[in-house]
Design a protein around this ligand. Structure first.
Ligand code: SAM
Ligand code: SF4
Length: 324
């Protein structure tokens, strides 16, 4: 469906938990944050009912996220359920890769098309520091297992100033011999992201060009996101940049978010939500939920306004509670 700005909204980011088995410094504090109770979060059949109602409104692509989606029990069942909904053409997932390698084949079989694995550096020590508890081998295994399973693979990295240059170059170098996109995502000043010093993308890009030579623009679209892709000479895969803050692409925004506890989120940086859990659990019928969804999507904010400190309804939740 089109929102009030005429943007075609067709992509849903569905967070299925706010729990996580890592503590990335830009996302969560060391001791975690108070998490939703079992009763707070929606059951899989509740997500599926909402997805079924969203398809006639134009949603055709769903990404599971979290927290860490693989820590929720039986997440493969949710993928199977989504696969059974006519009109959903693409199912993807964003994961930190800690538990993914052993599930890659089953996820593909269940209907998963693509996985974005979050991995900020190939320097094992820096990886441990930035995730506070991770072992680099886990996401590395996840990358290989996902490729072997036939999933489309992207790597999401958030470059921050404290990371060593070589670890970032090595990370980008993964795309040299593999058919993957390594994407660098500008740190967003949201939640704990405000506590970390970003590495500006133009500086990183200069490092990459010094190491790999000039990068040709890769015109091929790679999914539903706003990344710009480039391919250094001799690379099989590509390198992407997502300048979500410095080059807002709100004019082309195509997404809505559903948090694990059933709040429809219209924009990353605005807190205003639609409480779908209340509607679902208070007996609203399909028509009532559809009307509420249409009204909400129509009033999707025009832009994220990260630079506006006087924004009326700033988002205060941690990224792990929103889904990224
Ligand atoms: N746990 C999963 C993971 O890390 O892939 C899924 C959820 S995580 C919130 C989704 C994405 O958000 C990750 O790629 C993570 O790097 C990114 N992210 C978290 N905090 C961020 C911030 N402040 N700025 C930019 N990206 C952020
Ligand atoms: Fe967990 Fe993902 Fe947040 Fe890292 S970015 S703490 S893996 S939810």
């Amino acid at each position: 469906m089109l929102d009030a700005q005429g943007r075609h909204i067709h992509y849903l980011r569905l967070s299925i938990t706010d729990r996580c088995n890592l503590r990335c410094v830009y996302c969560m504090p060391e001791n975690g944050i108070p998490v939703f109770t079992h009763g707070d979060i929606l059951r899989y059949e509740e997500y599926l009912r909402l997805c079924r109602l969203l398809v006639p409104l134009g949603i055709d692509s769903v990404r599971l996220t979290g927290g860490e989606p693989t820590v929720r029990q039986n997440w493969l069942d949710l993928i199977r359920g989504l696969k059974d909904i006519p009109g959903i053409h693409r199912i993807a997932m964003t994961s930190n890769g800690v538990l993914f390698a052993g599930n890659a084949d089953a996820a593909k079989e269940a209907g998963l098309d693509a996985v974005n694995l979050s991995l900020d550096t190939l320097d094992a020590e820096d990886y441990r520091t930035i995730t506070r508890m991770g072992h680099l081998q886990n996401p590395m295994d996840a990358v290989q297992a996902s490729l072997d399973a036939g999933l489309q693979v992207k790597i999401n990295a958030v470059p921050v100033r404290s990371l060593k240059k070589q670890g970032l170059l090595d990370l980008a170098g993964l795309a040299r011999d593999r058919d993957i996109c390594v994407r660098f995502i500008e740190l967003m000043p949201l939640g704990f992201g405000r506590t970390v010093r970003p590495l500006p993308l133009p500086e990183l890009r200069q490092w990459l060009e010094e190491a790999f030579g000039p990068m040709e623009k890769d015109p091929q679209p790679h999914g539903d996101g706003p990344a710009e892709y480039f391919r250094p000479a001799g690379f099989r895969g590509s390198i992407g940049f997502i300048a979500a803050v410095s080059h807002a692409f709100c004019d082309n925004c195509n997404r809505i978010r559903l948090t694990a506890d059933g709040q429809l989120k219209l924009c990353l940086n605005h807190a205003s939500d639609l409480d779908l859990r209340e509607l679902l659990r208070n007996g609203a019928d399909d028509r009532q939920i559809t009307e509420a969804l249409k009204d909400a999507i129509a009033r999707k904010p025009r832009e994220h306004e990260f630079a506006n400190h006087a924004i009326q309804d700033p988002e205060k939740r941690a990224m792990s509670a929103i889904g990224g």
